[in-house]
Structures are given as structure tokens and as C-alpha cells.
Design a protein. Sequence first.
Length: 421
Amino acid sequence: MFPSPLERQGTLPRARKPLLVLGLLGNLGLLGYFKYANFFLDNLNWLLGTSIGALSLLLPLGISFFTFQQIAFLVDRYRGDPADYTLLEYACFVSFFPCVTSGPIAFHDEVIPQMRAVQGKGPSAQGIAEGLWLFSLGIWKKVIVAEAFGGGADWGWANLPALNSTTALAVTLSYTLQLYFDFSGYTDMARGIGKMLGVTLPENFDVPYQALTIRGFWKGWHMTMTRFFTRYLYIPLGGSRRGLPRTCVNTLVIFLASGLWHGADWSFVVWGGLHGIAMVADRLLGSRLDRLHPALSWALTFGYVNFCWIFFRAGSVREALAMCRAIARCAFGPLAEEFTTSFQMPEITWIGRYLEIDMARLALLMFLLFVVGSMFFCLQETPVARRKHRMTGRRGVLAGILLFWAVISLTGVSRFIYSNF
């Protein structure tokens, strides 16, 4: 680690805990100020009937992610991790551009040793080839698939009163697929750039939509966030070592914290709480869930995840409940034409003009094909344990096609969903 006056004087052991507390307060204080100050003021105004004005704040890009990395470093040092990084090495790790805005949340002992190993060396041909494959797959997921579903999802959430139950269900499914392909696409791109620079970043997704239980879902969704909360909150709280009641409480705590970490609104807290309740139920029911038919287990899990994403996407709890009411009305009918025409895919316009096909019907057909194709991709995707990124001739051709398709489909500025967090 970069030298400290306290280390040189031999007084660091006595100052370790105060320094840890100071570091945690500094990091969490800045995160709390920029991300949650207005949330606190809104709730204070509601409780006291006051009218304190909101602060004009710009959220620093990626603050939630690099704050976690810095907390992990501080806690590891406090626990005796023998890190000997220079200030420059640490700064490069925290600001490593592929993952600074949306993860994956990498730890110092994963990244800095790799940076040292490639220092002074040029990029390897194998690393560039593997990185190009990951990057091409990631940008295709984002630009082609996530953006296509995002148009319909955005239209639906902006027009809640006009939705029948069929369209409401299609909107929620669109967001479920948009979020996965957007975030996993970013992760693939980040890992691809890292590979090209000689740094292997951790996996962040492992076929989450193939899960048969909520526990299985969280083993495959945003894995680096899950391991952070497990290592630095769940285990210090006692984990599963202090009996079943305490384990259930600890589980709820980390999921509520995860919800609040994602955003400063009660809808995120509800989302985290719903997953926490499901995880507790999973633990309490135990082997009883294993007796269900796999198809039924998958349908229940995927349906519940879809339901929870409603609160994640909504701008407020009231908005989420409005979407739930639209679904619960059971007013089924055809998909709203505005929803299908909002399906963002430039190829629809090109095909429609060339073949002189009605745009609305073509958009509906493309939406249905994309849903089927995306679900097939999610359900047939190779798990991490069997995944290979080695570049072959066939994969090189496919990477070129995906990259070309994504580039010619770019129509403007496209934001990643998780950059908001």
C-alpha cells in the first residue's frame, strides 16, 4: 500500500479502527449526500409537513460502484490484507474505465496484480481476440436487443392509464428482457475491453433467467454485487451462524440495503424487500420447493422476478401499483398498436419500405419474434462453468456480423440503465 506516516512511526495498529471508521464515513457520507439527500428531504417534508426545497445535485458517474470498491479495500486492509499498492496503482484500479460506471464490482486483489503483470508489455493477440468477441456480443445485446425492447417498455410506462392487461404484461416482459440484455451487454463490453488491456474482470451474470428458485436467480444475477453484500454486510452481521431467525433477519437486511443502493426511492426498497421475503421463504420451505416439477419451478420464479421488476422500473410505488392494477384487471385484448410501433428497431422501417408491408403488423411480428428469440437465448445460454471465450474462425465471423449489425443500427445517444445507479 502507498506509505503512511502512521506506518513509518509504527503506530498504525492503534489507529486502524478509527481510520477505518473515518474512511467508511467519508465514502458513505459522499454517497449519501449525492444520492440520498433529496430522498431524505422529501420524506422529511412528508413527515413534518414542511416544504424544504430540493438540492440541485449532479450524481457523480459510477459513485455507487467505486464507493463499494473503496469500502472493500478499506475493510480488507483493516482485516490485515497485506496489500502494497502505490497510490498510482490504486488510482488506476478505482478509475479503471471499462467498469467504473456500471461494474462489474471488481476487488483490488483481482485487478491490481493483473495491471502489474501487463505493465510494460503490449496486448496479447489472444487477449485482443477474446476481448473483441465479448465486446461484439455485448454491443449487440445492448444496441439490437435491449434498445428494441426499451422503446415499447418506455412507451408503456409513460401511458399506464391506456394499457389493457395484455399490453401491461407485454410491457413488463419487455423491461425484464431489456434490463438483462442492457446490463449483461454492458458487462460483456467491459470484460471485453478489460481482456484487450490484459485484465480479466469477474463474471457478473450466470444464466439468471434459467433459475428454478429465487436463490438460484441471485446466484446468477449481478453476482459481484451479491458477493459484496455477502462478504461485507451479511457475514459481519452473523450470516447463517446464529440460528434461523437471525439468518432470516440478516437476509432481509441485505436485500433491503441492496434495494436502497439501487436508487433513492421507496419503490427500490419494496423491490429489495420482495426479494428478501422470497429468499426467506426459500430458506424456510427448503426441500419442499425441490419437489415441484422443474417447469413449474421455473415459471413461478420467472413470474415472480417479472413482478418484482415492476417496482424496480417504476418511478414510485404509486406508479408500480398502477401497473399491477392494469395487469390485475384481466382486461385482455390485442396489444396496443402504439406499443408495437414503439418497438425500436431500424430494420423494421427498412423491411417495411422494401416489401411495402404495413408497419404496425410488421412491428408486431418483429416484437413476437424478438420475444421468442430472446427467451430462447436466455434459456439456452451456456452457464459460466462451461463458457469459453476462445476466438475461433467461426466465432470471429459471428463477432464481425454482430459488431457490424450493431454499428449500422446506432441511431443516437444510448444510455445504459445501470449508469443511473
